[in-house]
Design a protein around this ligand. Structure first.
Ligand code: UT7
Length: 339
């Protein structure tokens, strides 16, 4: 019999995949609800009671998604104690790439000097970080790569309609990153679940800028290049999808909610998090929440929250952590990790 091709490595046992370092970055400029009151017909009271958001970070004009991503990546590299040249693959989950191409991951590679890495972007809106985490996990489990940098980064301020009070109060800019590697000891990603529903693509989307509605004066006049959202329907779908995704991945892991030290959800709306906490019968204190300070940063949200949970000691070695996300597509995903 022919020996297996060394590149496939199918003959080797599957490996567990650990997060060995995390990092995040948010721009310095803080945009408060009080400032938004001056530009659209809204109030601090409405925003806080309907969303839980008090302020968000806004990138400078010349501060691009790849800049936010590279800063988060460098923090994760330092936290993991590795050299950028050890990275085999860079994945950037984003809906606000610097350009259509090259990928934002390629710009990040150049900015952090990860010369050995292959690079590409992942498009799954707010769920992108967990989609990228699962892709990375598959590459490491199969022995294709050893060290992978996964980033969730978005500059939503560049695609928000600042005249639309239904959306402009919700979003912010930022990036979060994780370094993945096989570490052994049984720790790591236990299970991941991903799902999508393309039938509901029109409740949360940006119609313009692609080939369907290209950049053209009439499309720009209609603000087709900005986020459109049916808030109520998105809210309903988010609660159900995140709850189902969490239940599914827990079942696959053989765990229940009492086993979890920390739940890190997508940071879109405090009421969504409260609703899933209530239906899970888990106290809100066990959820990582930072949307009051950063708003909804899309693919970055769960990654920034993961980094904050890690750095503030929310989970100890051996603890089980659940990440659960939801976004445009529709897309959703969940992961259970033993820290
Ligand atoms: O990241 C991807 C996932 N995204 C989400 O999960 C977001 C999900 N949706 C939501 O979080 C909520 O639906 C929103 C926060 C977007 C909206 O909250 P809501 O409680 O669903 O409000 P609504 O859209 O039903 O609007 C209620 C009222 C409306 O006025 P009328 O028609 O009742 O007179 C809106 O025009 O609130 C009004 N409104 C506002 N008022 C003040 C909407 N936005 C604002 C605003 N300030 N910024």
């Amino acid at each position: 019999m022919k020996p297996p091709h060394p590149r496939t490595r199918h003959h080797l046992p599957k490996r567990t995949v650990s997060i060995i370092g995390t990092g995040s970055y948010v721009p310095e400029r803080i945009l408060t609800n009080a400032e938004l009151e001056k530009s659209v017909d809204t109030s601090d009271q409405w925003i806080v009671t309907r969303t839980g958001i008090k302020e968000r970070r806004i990138a400078e004009k010349d501060e691009h998604t790849s800049d936010l991503a590279a800063k988060a990546a460098l923090a994760a590299i330092e936290n993991a104690g590795i050299d950028a040249n050890e990275i085999d693959l860079i994945l950037v989950a984003t809906v606000t790439p610097d350009m259509f191409f090259p990928s934002t991951a390629c710009f990040v590679q150049s900015k952090i000097g990860a010369k050995k890495a292959a690079c590409f972007d992942v498009s799954a809106a707010c769920s992108g970080f967990l989609y990228a985490l699962e892709i990375a996990q598959q590459f490491i489990t199969s022995h294709t790569y050893n060290t992978i940098l996964v980033i969730g980064a978005d500059k939503l301020s560049s695609i928000v309609d600042w005249k639309d009070r239904n959306t402009c109060v919700l979003f912010g800019d930022g990036a979060g990153a994780a370094i993945l590697r096989h570490r052994g000891g049984g720790h790591g990603v236990i299970a991941t679940h991903m799902g999508s529903n393309g039938d509901l693509s029109d409740i949360l989307y940006i119609p313009g800028g692609g080939c369907r509605f290209p950049i053209a004066a009439d499309n720009l006049d209609q603000r087709l290049n900005a986020i459109k959202m049916n808030g109520k329907e998105t809210y309903k779908q988010a609660v159900n999808a995140m709850l189902n995704a969490a239940n599914t991945v827990l079942e696959e892991s053989g765990l229940n909610y009492d086993d979890l030290a920390c739940i890190i959800p997508h940071q879109a709306n405090l009421r969504i998090i409260e609703a899933i906490a209530d239906r899970m019968e888990v106290p809100l204190e066990r959820f990582m929440v930072n949307l009051d300070r950063f708003g909804n940063t899309s693919a970055a949200a769960v990654a920034i929250a993961l980094d904050e949970a890690h750095r503030t000691g929310r989970m100890k070695v051996g603890d089980y952590v659940l990440l659960v996300v939801f976004g445009g597509g529709l897309t959703w995903a969940s992961s259970v990790i033993q820290w």
